[in-house]
Design a protein around this ligand. Sequence first.
Ligand SMILES: [Zn+2]
Length: 188
Amino acid sequence: MRDYDGTELGNVENAASFAAVPDAFQRLWTPYRIAYIKANSEQEPTGDDCPFCTAPTLSDEQALIVHRGTHAYVLLNLYPYNSGHVLVCPYRHVATYDEATDAEVAEIGRLTQVAMRVLTETAQCHGFNIGMNQGRIAGAGVAEHLHQHIVPRWALDSNFFPIVAGTKAVPRLLGEVREEIANAWPAA
Ligand SMILES: [Zn+2]
């Protein structure tokens, strides 16, 4: 197989031959590209202009915070995929999950569980998407400060808007949703 400029790329390997969990994809190994990728990595902002460092310095209403824990806090995403889309962030400005301390990992996990229970109760959702995008290339909007997404899902929450119009219909206002979740959050 050859690249667009004719460079020989080597063999395409069949994933089924690896001692790992196989999937439907084949892999094209292009290690020489790492120099290009590294040279084009964006400079990440420092803590000074990081939205997840700034949020805890504001009021709950201003920052859309629903709960403040000891090592981590929970806030509404300003750009929700669905109503009730919350984020769990450590207070500390760390980029990736492996940089979090044991105490931060434990509290991020616990707050994720509580958020699920609160959202199940307040939003009557049917399921969740939960996860972390690690790095901008993996889809992280704020790559420099770790955050876990908790997105409630309903059976009929996807329609043609996101597909044909690049638009997401979010039926409820953020302030209203924040108040509802904050009020339903159990006392520690
Ligand atoms: Zn930060």
